[in-house]
Design a protein. Structure first.
Ligand SMILES: [Zn+2]
Length: 134
């Protein structure tokens, strides 16, 4: 097994992880262990890091715009909206009930964050791992 020498930024969660020296793709991440089994996974795992590609960030941005429209349709513009929407969290596999107004706010924050990344994206060098071989 080749030891990873560099880290890259995940296009989905924004965290940094080891990059496979052979494939150039990010390590598995975003799961948690439940009853000795791994549950859930970040959609950015096994994908190219943000330093070399931003196509997944663009796709997620489009999905967020779709979600924004859905939450507006659910009455999310009104913070008093009592309607709760069922959300499956892909990061954790957890299911939760949340107010549509809160989801709309979170979605718009995500859009703002990703839009800036996509607008300013240029290829850049991967980050050298501390203690990694040259
Ligand atoms: Zn990730």
């Amino acid at each position: 097994m080749t030891k990873a020498t560099h880290n890259g930024t995940c296009q989905c969660c924004g965290d940094t992880f080891a990059v496979n020296a052979k494939t150039g793709r990010l390590a598995k991440h975003g799961y948690r262990v439940m009853w000795n089994q791994e549950v859930g996974q970040c959609p950015g795992a096994y994908e190219l890091p943000l330093e070399v590609d931003c196509s997944i960030a663009k796709r997620i941005l489009a999905d967020l715009h779709k979600a924004e429209a859905e939450y507006v349709a659910l009455g999310g513009e009104d913070p008093r909206t009592a309607e709760k929407v069922h959300v499956g969290y892909w990061h954790s596999g957890r299911e939760k009930y949340k107010r549509s107004s809160l989801l709309l706010m979170e979605t718009r924050q995500g859009i703002k964050w990703l839009q800036e990344i996509v607008n300013n994206w240029t290829p850049s060098a991967l980050l050298k791992r501390v203690g990694g071989a040259a």
